[in-house]
Design a protein around this ligand. Structure first.
Ligand code: NAG
Ligand code: NAG
Ligand code: NAG
Ligand code: NAG
Ligand code: NAG
Length: 431
């Protein structure tokens, strides 16, 4: 063995011993601790049950306090037995230099202290306003492993009067829950009408479950999508977070993405991350569903972070008037740009492998496995109806003649078993 690596492993050994010793001291002298093992029968880790959605398991409002990091989400990872907290930070904050106590409130007043380090030094920035993330991980004390819901206090070590106290922490998935192959998550704000077609379309193409982070001001979404909730296809997460002064809405978006990916890490093989004006279209008729295309990548699933999907803008025809009052997004937009948006222009979206991603930002994996780009001509493209998003209602394909493309309209007609005759009650007009 070369001398330098011998030396390094010695150093590592010494520093781990020091850390273990510190934890020992903290554990025994700083706080009164109690270690009692819950008998297995009292733990609820054998109850798969239906995955009932408990809103208290999410931070509807982010945690925010002077001299504490902003935390957007916190939950227990049942596979690695650790609590994960995801937050964001300003460029000038140096949380990676601080240590935190995770104080787990056990049953009957027991307290278990673990020490943690915000492990991420994120020097990567994205967009015009730099956005940085913070991921904090605490091992769950043995006696609390498998407990579905517990209480945690997160405390700074350098000043123990600074803390978030008594945060509810839920296990991100009940043991025994069946793993899904393909799920999807998004965040939206007051866009109820767009949701049902978006869900129907993707359900037909092989998505098994959808998570919507609802950032709306008025909460009518659960009524609009009731049948999807009742059938277990959809989970709505109340997500009333607002961005911090000096940051943009991207803060809230990045936070929901990382919450979604971390929380569902072991619940789904693949996670699609797109908006509700975006639709994934498989391009090879011999592989008509999205999972059909993803299965081509099974051999690299253990290593890759994501599959990149290229954006393709669709739009209205010039001088287009409304055809009939049921007109859908697919009928309105039967033109597209001549070319897809090139990669890395801030328009890509991704199908993510949650277990291989530490940190995701909007258009791609920032820390994690590699990305493979799918062909928008022969594999999957992202049909982007930007003009249907009320924030961009003036959007036109471009002044260079757009191309007629009614493939999405025809696919929609097939999904809904609509007739291609607008004069019939369920008729649809694909040009
Ligand atoms: C386990 O779950 C059952 C029902 O799901 C509940 O009645 C019981 O109180 C739970 N036990 C513990 C220890 O949380
Ligand atoms: C610790 O934080 C509290 C609350 O912000 C503050 O009043 C106190 O001065 C701090 N102590 C030290 C030593 O910085
Ligand atoms: C947190 O819980 C403990 C124990 O139940 C209690 O003594 C304390 O006052 C709580 N703190 C807050 C801020 O609610
Ligand atoms: C929808 O959510 C609101 C508050 O978030 C709640 O009061 C209402 O009961 C829910 N409605 C349905 C149909 O679940
Ligand atoms: C729209 O098209 C119709 C017939 O195709 C034409 O008569 C009309 O002038 C056009 N309107 C505009 C604003 O170009």
């Amino acid at each position: 063995m070369p001398a330098c690596s011998l030396k390094r492993s010695h150093l590592e050994l010494v520093s781990s011993l020091i850390l273990i010793f510190q934890m020992f001291l903290i554990f025994f002298f700083t706080f009164h601790t109690e270690t009692r093992i819950l008998p297995r029968s009292r733990r609820n880790d054998t109850n798969p049950g239906p995955q009932r959605h408990d809103p208290s398991c999410y931070l509807k409002e982010k945690l925010e306090k002077h001299n504490m990091p902003i935390i957007h989400s916190i939950f227990a990872d049942p596979v690695k037995n650790q609590v994960v907290a995801v937050g964001v930070r300003f460029w000038f904050e140096r949380w990676h230099e601080e240590m935190f106590y995770c104080e787990f409130h056990g049953p009957r007043g027991g307290l278990f202290i673990q020490l943690t380090d915000p492990i991420l030094k994120d020097y990567q920035r994205f967009g015009a306003t730099a956005q940085y993330v913070l991921v904090l991980i605490c091992p769950i004390p043995k006696p609390l492993i498998g407990v579905q819901k517990s209480m945690l206090t997160l405390r700074r070590t350098s000043n123990t009067s600074l803390a978030y106290e008594n945060i509810t922490v839920c296990q991100s998935q009940p043991h025994g829950g069946k793993k899904r192959y393909l799920s999807m998550c998004t965040m939206l704000k007051d866009m109820d009408a767009a949701v049902p077609p978006w869900l129907d379309y993707h359900r037909h193409l092989g998505i098994e479950h959808v998570y919507i982070y609802d950032n709306s001001r008025t909460s009518t979404l659960n009524q609009t999508v009731r049948r999807y909730l009742d059938s277990g296809f959809l989970t709505i997460i109340p997500w009333a977070h607002v961005h911090s002064p000096g940051k943009t809405y991207l803060e809230v978006q990045i936070a929901h993405e990382n919450d979604c990916l971390w929380r569902n890490r072991y619940r789904t093989d693949w996670m699609i991350k797109i908006d509700v004006d975006e639709f994934l279209q498989p391009m090879d008729s011999s592989m008509p569903s999205i999972p059909d295309v993803l299965r081509k990548y099974t051999v690299v699933m253990d290593s890759i972070g994501s599959l990149r999907i290229q954006n393709w803008f669709f739009c209205r025809g010039w001088n287009q008037t409304r055809r009939h009052h049921h007109e859908s997004v697919f009928e309105r937009n039967q033109y597209r740009r001549r070319e897809p948006t090139p990669v890395n222009m801030g328009r890509d979206k991704a199908v993510v492998r949650p277990t291989n991603v530490h940190f995701f930002k909007i258009h791609g994996v920032k820390l994690g496995g590699d990305t493979i780009t799918l062909s928008p001509l022969t594999e999957i493209r992202m049909v982007h109806y930007r003009g249907d998003n009320k924030l961009h209602s003036g959007f036109r394909c471009s002044d260079k003649r757009p191309v007629k493309d009614s493939s999405m309209c025809r696919l929609w007609a097939k999904i809904k078993e609509f007739s291609l005759n607008v004069k019939e009650p369920n008729g649809i007009h694909c040009t």
